[in-house]
Ligand binder design. Structure first.
Ligand code: PRP
Ligand code: URA
Length: 209
C-alpha cells in the first residue's frame, strides 16, 4: 500500500495558507507554488541513496557523500503541474523533464489525455510526478498508468493538496506509489473541487479565469 507523507513544515503551511486565500493574485500564487515545491522536494528526496567519495579540500583529503543510484526525472501534469517545475529543478538541476497533458472533463470528471512525452530512459529513473491538486485522483492515476506503460517503475507523486478520495484512488490503482502532500483536505464538493482547497489551480496559476 502506498504511504502518504504529510509535509507540514511551518513554512509550507504558512505559504499554503496564502495560496488558499481567494484574494491572492496570479503572480504571488505562482511564486508561492514554486517556493513550496522546492521545500517539498527537499523532503521527497530525503531517502535517496548516497555514496562516499574522496574530496580534496583546500586543507586535506577527506571522505564525503554524494548522490548515487538512479537519476531523477520529473513529470509535471499539464497545466498546473508546470507551476511546480522551477522549484524542483532549483534543487535538482540535472533532472530530465517529461510532460503529461491531461485535463479533467468538467461534467464526467474523467481525465482526457492530450500529450505525453517522457525521458527516453524513464525505466532507469526515479520519477517524481507533480500536480498541485489530487481531487478524484483520476488525472494522477491516468498519468501514472501512462508512465508505467512506458516502463517507468520507480514513481513518487507530489501534490500540494489532496482529497481523501484522491488518496484512496491512488492507493487502490497504484499501491507501489508513495504520495507526498502538504495538506489533506476534508472532501470534494458536487463539482469535484477540493473543500476547502484553493479553487482551480490551473486558472489561478495562469490567470485564465
Ligand atoms: C486539475 C489539477 C489536476 C486535476 C485534479 O487540472 O491540476 O490535474 O484537476 O483533478 P482529479 O484528481 O479529479 O483528476 P485540470 O483538469 O483543471 O486541468 P488544468 O491543469 O489544465 O487546468
Ligand atoms: N482541480 C483543481 O484545480 N482544483 C480542485 O479543487 C480540484 C481539481
Amino acid at each position: 500500500m502506498s504511504k502518504v507523507h504529510l509535509l507540514d513544515h511551518p513554512l509550507i503551511q504558512h505559504k499554503l495558507s496564502i495560496m488558499r486565500n481567494k484574494d491572492t493574485g496570479a503572480k504571488e500564487f505562482r511564486e508561492l507554488l514554486e517556493e513550496i515545491s522546492m521545500l517539498m522536494v527537499y523532503e521527497v528526496t530525503r531517502d535517496l541513496p548516497t555514496e562516499e567519495v574522496e574530496v580534496e579540500t583546500p586543507i586535506c583529503m577527506t571522505k564525503s557523500k554524494m548522490l548515487s543510484g538512479k537519476k531523477i526525472g520529473i513529470v509535471p501534469i499539464l497545466r498546473a503541474g508546470l507551476g511546480m517545475v522551477d522549484g524542483v529543478t532549483k534543487l535538482i538541476p540535472a533532472a530530465r523533464i517529461g510532460h503529461i497533458g491531461l485535463y479533467r472533463d468538467p461534467v464526467t470528471l474523467q481525465p482526457v489525455e492530450y500529450y505525453c512525452k517522457l525521458p527516453a530512459d524513464s525505466e532507469n529513473r526515479e520519477l517524481i510526478v507533480l500536480d498541485p491538486m489530487l481531487a478524484t485522483g483520476g488525472s494522477a492515476s491516468a498519468a501514472i498508468s501512462f508512465i508505467k506503460q512506458r516502463k517507468g517503475r520507480l514513481i513518487r507523486l507530489v501534490n500540494l493538496i489532496a482529497a481523501p478520495e484522491g488518496i484512496q484512488r491512488i492507493q487502490q490503482d497504484h499501491p507501489d506509489v508513495d504520495i507526498y502532500v502538504a495538506a489533506c483536505d476534508e472532501r470534494l464538493n458536487e463539482h469535484g473541487y477540493i473543500v476547502p482547497g484553493l479553487g482551480d489551480a490551473g486558472d489561478r496559476l495562469f490567470g485564465t479565469k
